[in-house]
Design a protein around this ligand. Structure first.
Ligand SMILES: [Ca+2]
Ligand SMILES: [Ca+2]
Ligand SMILES: [Ca+2]
Length: 840
């Protein structure tokens, strides 16, 4: 994650103001409630409805057609006709939306020797406008959409904007990543430029040519030069051309994903081209939503423009969610707040649920997970709209995690059902990965987690032990009597019959500090009837007493016992779940009042606004913000206490005036509002040092899991809870860096570099005397505290202008070159940055 400004160097001065004028921004009438139950299928592996298309119309040779049902890396024959034929089976689970892995035309075979593999998974697209002939025709897709819609089932496509198939090679025949500091992009006149300065679309992108890149893109064959559709994808300057990604730092966004041609998504032609490709699929096929692949490998600026482009042509209830492969909600949520995606796939839930059911993890981790939900509150969306899942085709299946989790095999089926209970009873839109309902396992992720639903000829699948059945993969697996299938169908009916469980507000009621009970309430604000649900991953029954808003409860799911009301005592059997329903709606109570705490922060470049509400416990609070008395903008609507909404301050200059308004709305439509003001202030000038900058270099990258933990004479707001540190969010030629705000008169600061598991990069505590030094340079695994470092080399033809502001308040200041008249201040995003000095 890259912060695009020095927001961490900003301070806020709070001044509450009474509300004397009418509410400036209308609060939305509650969020749009959409809660699907997804079924995710790999079309190649689900059902073979038409053997005539198994080779995609290509020659029989498996290296031409890609068809070899005995090889887990090749096409196995599944197709859209198979999905149409099995709609009864899919609907029997309670499915309301099918998400299909990509169905666009792929390069049939890539690689050579032991690495040869086929595009059966769909992620190696050459023609973005056609269906892969292995899967069928556009007529088949149209029929699938029509027949699914008749049953009330939606169809979601899996789309890719980050890359195409691996077609382009480099004339140099080398593929190591070359970063932008070493070799910047050059325009057609050979002048270096920073492409991110153009990625928001506000200025014309420089003219480039084949010499603009560190590598020279070439096509291995004449046919390769025209293989992609639409034709603009055959222009090799539409790609980053910097070599293979190692998935860290800059190259996470700019590198080729295992050779797949990485699109130059900063270019306007790519933004517009990708938007048109997928908008056309919406309008021509009537599909209902997208799952967006490799979202985090595309620059953040791309997403709001893409999202708005799709939503401009899509029906109102069209929905999209991004694959941001990270278990850290601080990171994933930025794609919702800043990237303006409606949701991200809930990888943090997956990680927590997996630990809970497969490895005896703590119930408290579930409470911690949901406590971070406010990070996703934005515009008209929130954490409740995230698709939740237990495993997938990349990381492996939940059955695999359970079978390999070291628990008693006799409990594995119960754990699998418990995993689905947890997913279906908690907030979010559950995703069932096709095959999980048949107890599929497998030794790992990727190809090992992509077993056929039909009788398999793949030796690597035939030796799997399935949960809940004696069958092997030698036979078809569409058994509607399988215990996991039946459990999912029952949970689906429960959600369908009780809207609170489908998309109600969720409030944590109890979490054991080790294995044990996680209990929570769910309430549909329109119905106001409280449900108390609890899961227990311990091997013994557990009894807990929880607070509720209601007084009498009856059981609607599970086999526990319960007594009491406002203090409800629940006994939850081992490895199971229970749900109780209150006998009467929650009273609304008196008229609402609201006060604001904060905005406080900023932390990680954002401010936090907390509203304190009295009255209806089901009231919502909509928080709006404006900058310098400009247009009000809705930040988001919080649906439960604590009512927290975050405001990203990236790019705001020091001195900017912020104003916040919170409007509380109760179930009877009564409102109250409050405003407060804050200033993005310049840190005080002169005198003692206010900031420490800690630089950190990891030669092989991989910064995302590492943070800076500090103590001593630091500002209390910079204190983090061990082992959490603050992220190294800034990036320069040395590596990453973090700012640490100091106490007035600070002298001694201690620090450690630590990862999320509490592992220290260097074991010893280290210290710096900040009266002597304001910057330190660290290297991975090296205990030395560098107090200076060599400046990176500068290429010929590049001039670096350094500019220092004593207080580090660079926002709002910019540089302009090559013109006699002053341009408008260009701000942080126009210049590359170095802490302490600013360079351009
Ligand atoms: Ca077929
Ligand atoms: Ca390539
Ligand atoms: Ca990329």
């Amino acid at each position: 994650m890259k912060l695009r400004s020095f927001a961490a160097a900003l301070v806020l001065a709070l001044a509450p103001v009474p509300v004397s004028s009418p509410a400036p921004a209308a609060a939305p009438q509650g969020t749009v409630h959409r809660a699907e139950q997804f079924y995710f299928v790999l079309p190649d592996r689900f059902a073979n409805g038409d053997p005539r298309n198994d080779r995609g119309g290509l020659a029989a040779d498996r290296l031409v057609s890609g068809y070899d049902p005995a090889d887990k890396g090749f096409y196995h024959g599944g197709d859209l006709r198979g999905i149409i034929d099995k709609l009864d089976y899919i609907q029997g689970l309670g499915t309301t939306a099918v998400w299909m892995a990509p169905v666009f035309k792929n390069r049939p075979v890539q690689g050579s020797g032991a690495d040869v593999s086929a595009g059966y998974h769909g992620y190696w697209i050459t023609d973005f406008t056609a269906l892969d002939p292995h899967f069928g025709t556009k007529a088949d897709l149209r029929e699938l959409v029509g027949k699914a819609h008749q049953r009330g089932i939606k169809i979601y496509l899996d789309i890719i904007t980050n890359h195409t198939a691996d077609v382009i090679r480099y004339a140099e025949n080398q593929y190591g990543y070359v970063d932008k500091a070493t070799e910047p992009y050059r325009d057609a006149q050979g002048r270096p430029f920073e492409d991110r300065n153009y990625s928001d679309g506000s200025r014309a992108f420089p003219t480039v040519d084949a010499k603009s890149f560190p590598y020279t893109p070439v096509f291995p064959t004449p046919a390769d030069a025209t293989v992609k559709v639409p034709a603009w994808l055959n222009d090799p300057t539409m790609y980053h051309n910097r070599g293979d990604s190692t998935f860290s730092g800059e190259n996470s966004e700019y590198g080729d994903f295992f050779g797949l041609d990485d699109l130059w998504t900063e270019r306007p032609e790519v933004v517009q081209g990708m938007t048109k490709i997928y908008a056309d699929w919406v309008t021509s096929m009537g599909v209902d939503g997208f799952r967006i692949d490799t979202t985090k490998h595309v620059n953040m600026d791309f997403w709001p423009r893409f999202t708005r482009g799709i939503e401009a042509v899509a029906p109102r209830d069209f929905f999209m969610f991004g694959e941001v492969y990270s278990a850290d909600p601080q990171f994933t949520s930025t794609y919702v707040r800043q990237g303006e995606l409606p949701a991200t796939l809930d990888f943090p839930f997956q990680e927590t649920a997996r630990n809970y059911v497969a490895a005896g993890g703590s119930a408290q981790a579930l409470a911690d997970l949901y406590a971070a939900d406010a990070l996703y509150t934005a515009r008209d969306t929130g954490a409740g709209r995230m698709p939740t899942f237990l495993g997938n085709h990349d990381m492996g299946r939940i059955g695999s995690f359970i079978a390999g989790g070291g628990t008693d095999p006799a409990t594995h089926l119960s754990r699998d059902v418990l995993a689905h209970e947890l997913m279906f009873l908690t907030r979010g839109q559950p995703v069932v990965y096709s095959g999980d309902e048949q107890g599929f396992t497998g030794p790992g992720g990727d190809k090992d987690a992509r077993q056929d639903m039909f009788a398999s000829k793949t030796p690597d699948y035939l030796d799997d032990d399935l949960l809940g059945t004696d069958r092997t993969h030698a036979s078809d697996q569409y058994d509607t009597a399988h215990p996991v299938y039946r459990a999912i169908a029952e949970l689906s009916a429960l959600r369908a019959g009780h809207s609170a469980l489908r998309d109600g507000v969720q409030v944590t009621r109890h979490a054991d500090s080790g294995p044990g009970v996680f209990a929570f309430s769910r309430v549909d604000p329109r119905e106001r009837v409280e449900y108390v649900a609890a899961v227990n991953n311990a091997s013994t029954a557990r009894t807990v007493t929880v607070d509720t808003w209601s007084s009498s409860f009856t059981e609607v799911y599970g086999e526990g016992t319960a007594a009491g009301g406002a203090r409800l005592t629940l006994t939850v059997p081992p490895l199971s779940a229970v749900v109780y329903r209150a006998g009467a709606p929650i009273p609304v109570g008196g008229a609402p009042t609201v006060t604001l705490t904060g905005p406080s922060g900023p932390t990680a470049g954002r401010a936090e606004v907390v509203a304190n509400v009295t009255g209806d416990p089901l009231a919502t609070v909509t928080v709006s913000a404006r900058v310098d008395d400009g247009q009000w903008k809705v930040l988001g609507t919080a649906d439960r206490a604590p009512y927290r909404v975050f405001h990203d301050l990236n790019g705001l200059p020091a001195g900017a005036e912020l104003e916040y308004q919170a409007v509380v709305r109760d179930s009877e439509g009564r409102t109250a509002s409050v405003r407060s003001r804050a200033t993005v202030a310049t840190p005080p000038q002169g005198g003692s040092r206010d900031w420490l900058v800690v630089h950190y270099n990891r030669p092989a990258g991989g910064y995302d899991d590492w943070g800076l933990y500090t103590w001593g004479d630091i500002d209390p707001a910079w204190q983090t809870q061990w082992p959490a540190g603050q992220p190294f969010a800034g990036e320069d030629a040395y590596g990453r860096f973090a700012w640490v705000k100091l106490k007035p008169g600070a002298k001694n600061v201690g620090f450690l570099v630590v990862n999320s598991a509490g592992v220290k990069d260097v074991e010893a505590d280290r210290f710096v005397d900040v009266t002597q030094h304001g910057e330190v340079w660290l290297k991975q695994g090296d205990p030395a505290v560098g107090l200076s470092h060599d400046k990176p080399p500068v290429e010929d033809g590049v001039a670096i202008l350094h500019y220092r502001r004593q207080a580090g308040d660079y926002d709002g200041w910019g540089c302009t070159c090559g013109t006699a008249r002053p341009a408008r201040p260009t701000g942080a995003r126009r210049c590359s940055r170095r802490p302490g000095t600013r360079s351009a």
